[in-house]
Design a protein around this ligand. Structure first.
Ligand code: MRU
Length: 368
């Protein structure tokens, strides 16, 4: 998608053909800065410190981390170390493991002299594939928005609520939850997005930044406003992303998603989750019991980042000194609250059968 009218991905290989470049998402939306990743360890830091974030993007950056690692030392021992360092960066999004497993499986069977070249190739494949999957999610999600628009008076606005950032900044390009919104906007449907701020890290600001850059009308709201808006008919549908979806359709996403789903359920507002298939964890069934929920440092809760009156990027404490802060990064929305899953292959029910029918080959790769 675009920043200041210029097409941009979130991760790419620099002109030297080796260094991996990313947008520093800790500075966005205030400053657009590029960081150069020159080592596997720096790629791991980028994921852990959330210079990059969003499930599909951390998978792609991890794959590039493996490539940087193979450039440093393509031995079997270092291959194992790279995998272990990168997998330990963040625990919840399954795309990280998916990308690392896929890369490891190929590199283990590759001659040591070829590993660097093949690892870069694999990372580029994972990144390009993510772009294709996300664009496809957009096309399938567009049909849902079109159907809702067709039931409203001609030309009226479709109001969509989203939580966190599941736009192009969370993927390599296009995004998951926001991809259908871009497609609808391009198709001339009047869309307006309610953007949850998404405390504690305020990923909603990234969503507002993206939508603003593409001219999509939107309003930034406090995380607690969604229920009120739904009660007053101001939300036609919700679309969110996910970091891990179980084989039965439970959805783990940014903390606060569950409460939005409950409010949507109570108000008969359709609640859709958009995801590429690498976000499905076929080994997990009960999301609440089985998905590890990342807990991050309390200072992300007690502090906010913004621009101070001198125009400087500032980190400000908003809590009484010494307050104990909890920082749960994700929660799980049980499948029963999910109207449907928007995937690259189409929309399916958030059920074991719905997912199995759509992705029989992925659920049972041994039969494919
Ligand atoms: O902690 P983050 O910012 O990495 O969390 C991101 C989310 O929760 C997104 O909604 C999710 O990864 C889906 S992104 C397409």
């Amino acid at each position: 998608m675009k920043i200041n009218g210029i097409h941009q991905r979130t991760v790419w290989v620099a002109q030297d053909g080796v260094t991996v470049e990313i947008l520093d998402q800790t500075k966005l939306p205030f400053e657009v800065e590029i960081i150069q990743l020159t080592s596997m360890k720096l790629a791991a830091t980028a994921i852990r410190e959330m210079w990059v974030r969003g499930a599909p993007l951390i998978g792609a950056v991890a794959a590039y981390g493996m490539a940087l690692g193979m450039r440093e030392d393509p031995s079997n021992e270092h291959l194992k170390t790279c995998y272990e360092v990168l997998i330990a960066t963040r625990p919840t999004a399954i795309n990280l493991k998916w990308a690392l497993d896929r890369t490891l499986a190929v590199l283990e069977k590759t001659d040591i002299e070829q590993r660097e070249q093949i690892a870069y190739q694999l990372a580029a494949e994972i990144a390009d594939e993510d772009v294709r999957l996300c664009e496809s999610i957009g096309e399938h999600g567009l049909e849902i928005i079109k159907a809702i628009a067709s039931k409203k008076p001609a030309g009226s606005t479709v109001n969509i609520l989203t939580h966190c950032n599941a736009g192009w900044l969370a993927t390599v390009d296009w995004g998951t939850a926001i991809s259908p919104i871009y497609k609808a906007h391009e198709a001339g449907i009047n869309v307006h997005v309610w953007v949850d701020e998404t405390r504690p890290r305020n990923q909603g600001l990234l969503t507002a930044f993206e939508l603003g850059s593409h001219g999509v009308p939107h309003t930034l709201i406090a995380d607690n406003a969604g229920g009120h808006l739904m009660q007053h008919g101001e939300v036609d549908l919700c679309i969110v992303g996910t970091d891990r979806t179980t084989a039965k359709g439970d959805v783990c996403n940014k903390i606060g998603t569950y409460l939005k789903a409950l409010a949507a359920y109570d108000n008969n507002v359709p609640f859709y989750v958009a995801l590429p298939s690498p976000t499905i964890d076929w080994t997990v069934f009960d999301g609440v019991k089985e998905i590890p929920i990342e807990q991050r440092t309390g200072d992300e809760q007690s502090h906010v980042i913004g621009i101070d009156p001198n125009g400087q990027l500032s980190w400000v404490n908003t809590a009484p000194r010494g307050t104990e802060c909890g920082n749960y990064a994700f929660d799980v929305t049980p499948a029963k609250y999910v109207t449907g899953l928007i995937t690259e292959r189409g929309v399916c029910l958030a059920t074991e059968d719905g997912l199995a029918e759509m992705f029989a080959d992925l659920k049972h790769p041994e039969l494919a």
